[in-house]
Write a protein that binds this ligand. Structure first.
Ligand SMILES: O=c1ccn([C@@H]2O[C@H](COP(=O)(O)OP(=O)(O)O[C@H]3O[C@H](CO)[C@@H](O)[C@H](O)[C@H]3O)[C@@H](O)[C@H]2O)c(=O)[nH]1
Length: 472
């Protein structure tokens, strides 16, 4: 990679979730590869979970651990430092812990002021802090821009009473500041969840994210996204917030900087590969729901029986459930053993998705997973759980890049029949060919290394051209 001219010092302070920290880490390596120095800041346990920094970049990437003080970790389980370590109703306490890092972050930025800091949706207090230290800040979203356009009410609309969405129905459709046709919107069961908020049922503590303040206060926006996916949303965001938007591209696997000898001959992978090698090209459904999601018994049962009913070969990366009473239906593994594998471990997802036997990726629509699936041109079958995942599914369905499993509008339940039908539509039915063609085409755009490197270069140029005044 060519180096960009002025060397920058860039700090990154992602939300305490590995789904946020990993993409920042990948970006850090890409920036460092171009000669910039990076300080990636999180808590000790999260930093410890990151893969090794490639040795040729060690002098440029500083991983800084800020411990959560005991007074800020009240009600958090022992050692919990990320959303992977807690249940959703404990999110308010993780946010308190994150806010508690303010003082030590401030000390760190003072002692070694970066030119820029990339921050996340959960630290609404960071832009004023950065500005007081003459550090400029970029809001960096790990999900597409449509999330902000949909969930936040831009300041320009604040005087307009009709713009306020107070009723649950308001979230079933696009807000009034979206000028183009879109099917973006939540389903009734999702809206209900959103209005209930995230709270600890025992103490009644609710989470207090100030999303509007966090996004409105940046010097400019950036996203793990690209025009090929959402030019209409990126342009709309720039227009309604009157701020520049410079996506970094989708940080596709082909642009990521790997440690050279990364476990290619790992025995677990060789076992998986040997099974995949025996399948026909494009015939296998790969199922994985990211790093956090745990299915309830009813969903797990319908999903398993839907896979069985589909008659298709599949590879299912099913993490160990925290609730050990939730299990696969009786006799399931025996009945499907001639055409399906259930792996209850962490799997090398990128290698699996890259394998030619994979035809469909059955996903929860976490941003990392969607990008990886599309990168390899796989049709997505989608079963979203969180709200950002839901919007991803709506937009991709509209673009005919994926098929969302139909659910009961009121309670979000789904049936084994709808699973089997959606999988067959995505993989073999003639009517599904449009999805297969579109996914292939998007795969070419997502895997175009030069295209995505160009996004990175433009982003870095913007940082260089707006370099903050020198600090003494
Ligand atoms: O066995 C596995 C399972 C997952 N992965 C990888 O884990 C990542 C998962 O990331 P993502 O798809 O973004 O999903 P989550 O980890 O589930 O992300 C969660 O966390 C994000 C940040 O909180 C939210 O935005 C998402 O909606 C939420 O699903 C991907 O890179 C996968 O390749 C593996 O390598 N092996």
């Amino acid at each position: 990679m060519a180096k960009t001219d002025k060397q920058l010092h860039i700090a990154m302070f992602p939300w305490l979730a590995m789904g946020h920290i990993y993409p920042n880490f990948e970006l850090a390596k890409i920036f460092a590869q171009k000669g910039h120095s990076i300080t990636l800041i999180s808590t000790p346990r999260n930093i410890g979970r990151l893969p090794q920094v490639p040795s040729h970049l060690e002098h440029l990437i500083k991983l800084v651990s800020l411990p959560i003080l005991p007074k800020h970790r009240e009600n958090l389980p022992d050692n919990a430092e990320s959303s992977n370590d807690i249940t959703p109703n404990q999110i308010p306490y993780l946010k308190m812990a994150y806010d508690g890092l303010q003082e030590s972050l401030s000390q760190l930025l003072k002692s070694s002021p970066p030119d820029w800091i990339l921050y996340d949706f959960a630290s609404e207090w960071l832009p004023p802090l950065a500005r007081s230290l003459q550090v400029q800040c970029v809001f960096f979203g790990i999900s597409p821009a449509w999330n902000i356009c949909f969930f936040d009410t831009p300041k320009a609309q604040l005087g307009n009473a009709a713009a306020f969405r107070t009723k649950p129905e308001d979230y079933l459709r696009p807000p009034q500041w979206v000028p183009f046709h879109s099917n973006i919107g939540l389903k009734p069961y999702e809206v209900k969840k959103m209005f209930e908020g995230i709270s600890d049922k025992e103490t009644g503590n609710t989470v207090s994210f100030n999303f509007n303040k966090a996004v409105s206060d940046c010097d400019f926006f950036s996203f793990r996204s690209c025009n090929e996916l959402e030019s209409e949303w990126l342009n709309l965001l720039a227009e309604i917030y009157k701020k520049p938007v410079a996506p970094v591209g989708v940080i596709p696997p082909s642009c990521q900087v790997r440690v050279v000898d990364e476990e290619d001959n790992n025995t677990e992978w060789l076992k998986i590969k040997s099974w995949l090698d025996k399948q026909q090209p494009g015939s296998v459904v790969y199922i994985a729901f990211g790093s956090e999601l745990e299915l309830g018994q009813q969903d797990l049962t319908e999903l398993a029986l839907g896979l069985e009913l589909s008659g298709l070969p599949f590879f299912w990366a099913l993490k160990k459930q925290r609730d050990s009473s939730v299990d696969l239906p009786d006799g399931f593994q025996d009945r499907i053993s001639d055409r399906g594998v259930v792996c209850k471990d962490w799997v090398p997802q990128l290698k699996i998705l890259a394998h030619e036997s994979i035809g469909v990726y059955f996903t929860h629509c976490g941003p990392g997973s969607v990008i990886e699936g599309l990168h390899f041109g796989r049709v997505l079958v989608m079963l979203p759980y969180l709200l950002d995942q839901a919007l991803f599914a709506r937009v991709l369905e509209e673009k005919k890049l994926g098929i969302e499993i139909p659910r009961n509008e009121e309670d979000g339940s789904f049936t084994r029949n709808s699973v089997a039908k959606s999988l067959r539509l995505a993989l073999i039915d003639v009517e599904g060919s449009i999805y297969r063609e579109k996914a292939k085409k998007m795969g070419l755009l997502f895997s175009d290394k030069d295209r995505h490197e160009e996004y990175i270069n433009k982003f870095l140029e913007r940082l260089q051209n707006n370099k903050a005044p020198s600090k003494n």
